[in-house]
Write a protein that binds this ligand. Structure first.
Ligand code: BEZ
Length: 211
């Protein structure tokens, strides 16, 4: 099944290292990041999971739950988690889905047969509190993801959700934002009391509203 931005995040029940979950119930009112790993006991994934565990407090601060997935069974995940702790100095502190029957991988289109018909690619789905898909990333197995970028884009998505702003190239938390074109100058006066600079009539730059 193909998934597009703005779609409802498909719900599922699955076995995880923290027990069986119903995905939507597990998310509750929080945002979520669902990310896949090609295979257990693989080197790049080991570094990614260590990093995700270290960054968990940053996801918590933003009200975001994280959950990994790989197409191996639970006992394999449990053994690999020990390795990750040894190798990365970080205990995996979020659930990992054991998707041995590839049910969730298929639901989220994480297996790209021309890359591999057995392993998932490195997918990232960011899901809003409204359970809609806000962002998707797809990496090949050989390239580890940048979890700082995932946090950066969550900051951008959450700003857009609360204020009528977009974020420019290479934006990071604290930088100036862009007033979205749908907001008229008249409405912007009320929404952005700090004012803005109009570099072009369609490019209006304002200080980050929540700072
Ligand atoms: C890895 O996670 O290291 C990996 C997995 C599959 C293919 C290549 C690398």
């Amino acid at each position: 099944m193909s998934i597009r931005l703005g779609d409802d995040a498909p719900n599922f029940t699955a076995q995880t290292t923290e027990g069986e979950i119903n995905f939507h119930e597990w998310l509750g009112q929080d945002w979520g990041v669902l990310f896949s790993h090609p295979k257990d006991y693989t080197p790049v994934c080991t570094t990614e999971l260590g990093m995700a565990a270290r960054l968990k407090p940053e996801f918590d601060k933003r009200g975001v739950k994280i959950i990994g997935l790989s197409v191996d069974p639970l006992d394999s995940h449990a053994g690999w988690a020990k390795d990750i702790e040894e190798a990365q100095g970080a205990k995996v502190n979020f659930p990992m889905i054991a998707d041995a029957d590839k049910r969730v991988s298929d639901l989220y289109d994480m297996i790209h047969p021309n890359a591999s018909d057995t392993f998932t690619v490195r997918s990232v789905f960011i899901i809003g509190a409204d359970k809609k898909i806000k962002l998707m990333l797809t990496y090949p197995a050989s390239a580890g993801r940048n979890f700082d970028e995932i946090l950066r884009v969550i900051d951008s998505l959450q700003l857009t959700a609360k204020h009528s702003v977009a974020t420019p190239v290479n934006w990071k938390d604290g930088d100036d934002c862009i007033i979205i074109p749908a907001v008229s100058d008249e409405d912007a006066k009320e929404k952005f009391p700090k004012g803005w600079t109009a570099i072009k009539p369609y490019l209006r730059v304002t200080p980050q509203p929540n700072k």
